[in-house]
Design a protein around this ligand. Structure first.
Ligand SMILES: Cc1cc2nc3c(=O)[nH]c(=O)nc-3n(C[C@H](O)[C@H](O)[C@H](O)COP(=O)(O)O)c2cc1C
Length: 431
């Protein structure tokens, strides 16, 4: 057994939740800038990261984990001491390999045991692990004993209190350093209210720090939930997706300030256009009548997104500087790469590799209204996107989708899902 590393400090910690597509590097950096103490990566499925090549980018110091030229995970040394890398896994060996792959660039390894999506459940990952506590604990124990970093996990709750408490005690006994609890049952949707009343009994049942998650929508909610439950840390997802300055104790900044600052962070980190556009669109999801929303939906390039916010001058200045140094300026070419890898995967007769479908998902122009988008968020099957047909939102299948797809998905094939996929700061060709 390796010497146990120091865990992060969870006491009074404000934490950016793991969020597929949203929690990419620019959003994580902004969350830290506005007061988050810790940030989680989006879930990355074990097989998606194992075998990746680690590359340090000369221009901005970011670090990419590349699979066939596609960035599965991008980080920057400035976030390392506060960065939790979340793994999706159903296999103790693969989970460990995944953790060891990124260990030098992150502070903690987290296992996602709460994802209720079809893709996760079919693969025996996410919330499916809660049904198999021995397996769940086996994965955690292997990580705790061998990965050399503190290990944590994120769960949902069972409707049955006793069953929940039995599980959290088993999990604690593996030696993990903190437990994040999303206070919903596996089958509850985000629009259904979370069970804040269930945190305290979990906090009382274990000695490790508990991180409360679910429906924390205002800065002041963090103090309320701490008082109510005695939890150590508080984790926010959708509140940060809408406006990442939710972590500011002085109050949120106006959305336009956030959007512009976010675009700057995207330039600094060379975030791909499709992910940039997706994240900005999510910021406007509460205000689809905004004059910015339609032009944003129609924006087909990073420049087009900049134009919507009158930021072309900043883009030109950035390009000039990059060119002076001979550094890359391409922020738009991922879909081509994705198409290539999709084509390749199709030729192989396999489900498309995760990255291909993910980039396509992230690139899809959604003109759906807020309610439809929110309602559908939970229902989109892996490898599919939502399009409107005669005003009706429908899911459009892509190669590699599971569930609704005509092809059964092998349990061991990494597939994207709304809550489970690789990062989409992808495919930026490196100099
Ligand atoms: C866009 C989005 C992506 C998510 N991706 C993940 C993920 O990768 N891993 C995970 O454990 N939970 C994921 N979640 C769930 C959140 O981490 C969180 O548990 C849930 O949204 C409840 O918190 P909230 O009420 O603050 O939104 C995701 C949620 C959203 C909205």
């Amino acid at each position: 057994m390796q010497p146990q590393p120091q865990p992060l400090n969870y006491t009074n910690a404000a934490i950016l939740a793991p969020m597929v597509r949203i929690g990419t590097l620019p959003v994580r950096l902004m969350a830290l800038e506005y007061g988050a103490d810790l940030v989680y990566t989006p879930e990355v499925v074990d097989k998606g990261i194992v075998g990746c090549e680690r590359v340090v980018n000369e221009d901005n110091g970011t670090i990419d984990y590349l699979s066939k030229g596609v960035s599965i995970f991008r980080t920057h040394p400035s976030e390392k001491s506060r960065l939790v890398f979340q793994i999706g896994s159903a296999n103790a060996d693969l989970a460990l390999q995944a953790a060891l792959t990124v260990a030098q660039d992150v502070s903690t390894i987290d296992l996602n045991c709460g994802c209720p999506k079809r893709f996760s459940i079919h693969g025996g990952m996410g919330a499916a692990l809660m049904e198999e506590p021995e397996k769940l604990c086996g994965i955690l124990k292997n990580l705790v004993d061998n990965c050399g970093l503190p290990v944590t996990c994120k769960i949902r709750i069972f409707p049955d209190r006793e069953r929940t408490l039995k599980l959290v005690k088993m999990i604690e006994a593996t030696g993990i350093k903190a437990l994040a609890v999303h206070c919903r049952y596996r089958d509850e949707r985000p629009r259904e209210p979370g069970h804040w009343d269930r945190f305290k009994e979990i906090v009382d049942a274990v000695s490790i720090p508990v991180i409360a998650n679910g429906d924390i929508k205002e800065y002041a909610d963090m103090a309320r939930i701490r008082e109510l439950s005695g939890c150590a840390g508080v984790m926010i997802a959708r509140g940060a997706e809408a406006n990442v300055s939710i972590f500011r104790k002085e109050g949120r900044l106006p959305l336009m300030d956030i959007v512009r600052q976010y675009m700057r962070r995207c330039l600094e980190t060379r975030n791909h256009h499709s992910n940039t556009k997706y994240c900005v669109m999510q910021m406007f999801v509460e205000d689809t009548k905004s004059p910015y929303y339609k032009p944003l939906c129609e924006a087909k390039s990073f420049r087009a997104v900049c134009k919507v916010f009158d930021m072309e001058g900043e883009l030109d200045a950035w390009i000039k500087k990059q060119e002076e140094h001979g550094w890359p300026t391409d922020l738009d070419s991922a879909p081509r790469k994705a198409a290539e890898s999709k084509e390749k995967a199709a030729k192989n007769g396999k489900a498309a590799v995760a990255a291909a479908a993910i980039v396509e998902m992230a690139t899809t122009d959604s003109t759906l209204g807020k309610r439809k988008q929110n309602d559908l968020k939970d229902e989109i099957p892996a490898g599919a996107s939502v399009v409107e047909v005669d005003g009706t939102p429908v899911t459009k299948k892509h190669a590699g989708g599971d569930g609704a797809s005509s092809q059964p998905t092998p349990a061991d094939t990494p597939q994207p899902d709304v809550e489970t996929e690789v990062e989409t700061t992808t495919s930026i060709p490196l100099a």
